[in-house]
Design a protein around this ligand. Structure first.
Ligand SMILES: [Zn+2]
Length: 223
């Protein structure tokens, strides 16, 4: 059975032909490349390790000529400090790591607002607001690392799944910032006639964060 890999999300499809479109990221079938199976088996790789030290020493002694070597393995080796940071962030999964902070706090914050609204608890409103501030503080790294990962791992592909993810992230961020500013402008917002709008805004924010997380899981786990 032939194996085809999506060049955008790395999903592997087994079959004689590539699929019409990628079931994970949605790009068309022409973005699939045929994977060659035999060279990857461990048997063929072991003997290659023998001559490696000689090759390395040859490279180090050959001086200027070594610049032609690295092309096949790492076409975009990080050079500037910024590129090095980007490389490290993507390599160590900064996006899923950083996303856990706001995703852990968001539901608590929304629950506190709802409880405060239903049971008229002033302290809970404050607690909800303070929690939400930490969510806002986490956003720059979450969004930055998300954009980096999208560009590096998925070549900035703009199929439906990525559009939905960007939309969900935008809704979450916008709703969160509006909630924080709204509370700062009117700390008694939950006692006004617009309290339900504030609560609804927070529920939409939570739902959008859930959608973004769901799509992220789909991309990572390919199912
Ligand atoms: Zn794909």
């Amino acid at each position: 059975m032939k194996k085809w890999q999506c060049t955008v999300c790395k999903f592997v499809h087994e079959g004689d032909e590539p699929p019409d479109k990628c079931p994970v990221c949605g790009v068309s079938g022409d973005k699939f490349i045929l994977l060659e199976d035999p060279p990857d088996t461990p048997d063929t790789q072991v003997p290659e390790k023998g001559p490696e030290p000689a090759a390395v020493s040859a490279q180090t002694t050959s001086g200027p000529e070594a610049t032609t070597e690295p092309e096949d393995d790492q076409p975009e080796a990080p050079r500037t400090p910024y590129e090095k940071i980007v490389h490290l962030l993507v390599k160590h999964h900064a996006h899923p790591v950083s996303v856990h902070m706001p995703n852990g706090i968001l539901p608590v914050s929304v629950a506190l607002f709802i409880l405060a609204w239903v049971f008229d608890l002033g302290l809970f409103v404050k607690a909800g607001f303070i929690n939400l501030v930490f969510v806002v503080l986490a956003f720059p790294l979450v969004l930055f690392s998300g954009i980096l990962e999208w560009k590096k791992k998925y070549a900035g592909g703009l199929t439906l799944i990525f559009k939905l993810k960007i939309l969900a992230a935008t809704v979450t961020t916008t709703a969160c910032i509006i909630s924080v500013i709204w509370y700062m402008a009117d700390p008694l917002v939950l006692e006004t006639s617009l309290a339900w709008v504030f609560i609804l805004l927070n529920i939409v924010m939570l739902a959008a964060a859930g959608v973004a997380g769901h799509i992220g899981g789909k991309l990572v786990f390919k199912d």
